[in-house]
Design a protein around this ligand. Structure first.
Ligand code: GLY
Length: 370
C-alpha cells in the first residue's frame, strides 16, 4: 500500500469498487455517483424544532440563523448542521437535547447523536454519552477522526476527553426537579412520595408540554424530544444531524433511534435526507429514515415519503397505535416533507427553515387525528 493511501482511504476505495458493480448490475439507480445529480445552488437549512402551528420555536430559529451565515459564506452543509445542532444542544432551556436534557431513570443525562456527510458518504454516531454538552460534535469526530462509525458510553466519553472536551454536569435544576417529581409520583407502592405542594422547577405543566411537538410526547407523558437538522449547501451537498437526550427516565444504557444510522437519520447526495423524532423503538424497527430516503429515490416527494413511513408504522399494528413518530425530509432540490403518526387537528408538526435568508415554517401533516 502506498504511503499516501491511508487505511481508511484504502477501505473506502475498495468499497467504492463494490458499489460501482452494484450500479452496473442493479436497477440502474444512480447509487454512489455524483455526476448525474442536479446541483442546487440555493442553500437551505432546516430543523425539526418548528413549534406548533400559529406559533414558532425561537430556539429552532436561532439554530437555523447561526447556520445560515455559514451557508451564505459558501461554507459546508456539514458545518452548518453542526452549528445549528450545537446552538440548540448548549441551551439549558431545551429539555430534549444536550445540556438540560431530561435524564434517565437514575437521574443521569445520557445523550445520543448521529451525523452524516453525504458528499463523502461518511457517518458517525455516539450513544449514551454522559457529561458532554454537544454529542453531535463528538459524533463528527468519530466520523472524521476514527475508522469506526459509533462509540457508546464510557468509550465515547473518553474519546471526547481525548479530543479536549471537558466533562460538565448536564442536569439543570429544572430537569432534576422534573425527574424527582416523576420518581416520586411513579408508584404508590414504593417508599417515595411527592411533596404536598408540587415543585417542578417553577414551570407550568401545560407550558412544559407546549414546547414539544405532540409526536414527542409518549402516552405516559414522558418525552422523546429530538432535534433533526438537515442542510444543502451552495455546492449542492447535503448533510444532517440528529441529536437527543432520548426518552426521558429511560433505563440507563437504552439507545433510541437517534444514534442508529438509517433509523433516526439517513442521507444520500443523490436523493436527499431524512430524520425522525418520537418513539424511537418504532423508528429502529422500520429503519425509518433510510426508508424515507429510499421512498424518495423511488420517486416520492419528501412529503409523500414522510407520510408513507408513518403509514407503514400504523399498518404494522393493524391501524391501532397509541404512540407517535414524526419524520422530516429534504431532497436535493430543497423540497421539504414532514408528517406525524398521531396528533390533534390544528396541531400539525412543523419544520423551521431558512431559504433565501428568511425564517420560515413548513407545516406537515398528521395521519391519525385524535
Ligand atoms: N426519538 C428519540 C428517542 O426515542 O430516543
Amino acid at each position: 500500500m502506498s504511503s499516501k493511501i491511508t487505511r481508511r482511504n484504502f477501505l473506502k476505495t475498495s468499497g467504492a469498487a463494490g458499489i460501482g458493480l452494484t450500479v452496473l448490475t442493479g436497477s440502474g439507480a444512480a447509487i454512489g455517483k455524483n455526476t448525474k445529480r442536479k446541483i442546487r445552488i440555493r442553500p437551505i437549512i432546516m430543523n425539526s424544532h418548528g413549534g406548533r402551528p400559529g406559533g414558532r420555536n425561537e430556539l429552532g430559529e436561532r439554530g437555523n440563523q447561526a447556520a445560515w451565515s455559514i451557508l451564505t459564506g459558501g461554507g459546508l452543509a456539514l458545518d452548518a448542521v453542526e452549528k445549528c445542532a450545537n446552538t440548540i444542544e448548549v441551551d439549558p432551556n431545551d429539555s430534549s437535547v444536550g445540556y438540560g436534557g431530561l435524564p434517565n431513570e437514575a437521574g443521569v443525562v445520557q445523550l445520543d447523536a448521529t451525523i452524516f456527510d453525504a458528499k463523502n458518504y461518511e457517518f458517525g454516531a455516539v450513544g449514551a454519552l454522559e457529561n458532554i454538552k454537544t454529542p453531535s460534535s463528538i459524533a463528527r469526530l468519530v466520523m472524521e477522526r476514527t475508522d469506526h462509525i459509533m462509540l457508546v458510553g464510557v468509550g465515547a466519553l473518553n474519546f471526547a476527553k481525548m479530543h479536549g472536551y471537558k466533562e460538565e454536569n448536564l442536569l439543570t435544576e429544572s430537569s432534576r426537579k422534573r425527574w424527582l417529581s416523576w420518581k416520586e409520583n411513579l408508584s404508590d407502592k414504593d417508599d417515595r412520595f411527592p411533596p404536598k405542594k408540587k415543585d417542578i422547577g417553577g414551570d407550568n405543566e401545560d407550558n412544559f408540554y407546549e414546547m414539544y411537538d405532540e409526536a414527542d410526547i409518549a402516552p405516559d407523558g414522558r418525552i422523546h424530544g429530538t432535534v433533526n437538522c438537515l442542510s444543502v449547501d451552495t455546492n449542492g451537498d447535503i448533510a444532517g444531524i440528529t441529536t437527543t437526550s432520548g426518552l426521558s427516565y429511560k433505563i440507563p444504557g437504552r439507545l433510541g433511534d437517534s444514534p442508529i444510522i438509517g433509523a433516526g437519520l439517513y442521507g444520500d447526495n443523490n436523493v436527499g435526507a431524512a430524520g425522525a423524532t418520537g418513539r424511537g423503538e418504532e423508528v429502529i424497527k422500520t429503519c425509518g429514515s433510510f426508508m424515507v430516503v429510499e421512498f424518495m429515490r423511488q420517486g416520492m416527494s419528501p412529503q409523500e415519503a414522510c407520510e408513507a413511513i408513518c403509514q407503514r408504522i400504523i399498518d404494522n399494528y393493524g391501524g391501532k397505535v397509541n404512540f407517535s413518530d414524526k419524520f422530516v425530509a429534504l431532497n436535493m432540490e430543497g423540497e421539504l416533507g414532514c408528517a406525524s403518526i398521531r396528533g390533534r387537528k390544528g396541531s400539525e408538526p412543523q419544520i423551521a427553515y431558512i431559504e433565501d435568508g428568511e425564517n420560515k415554517q413548513y407545516k406537515g401533516t398528521i395521519l391519525m387525528e385524535i
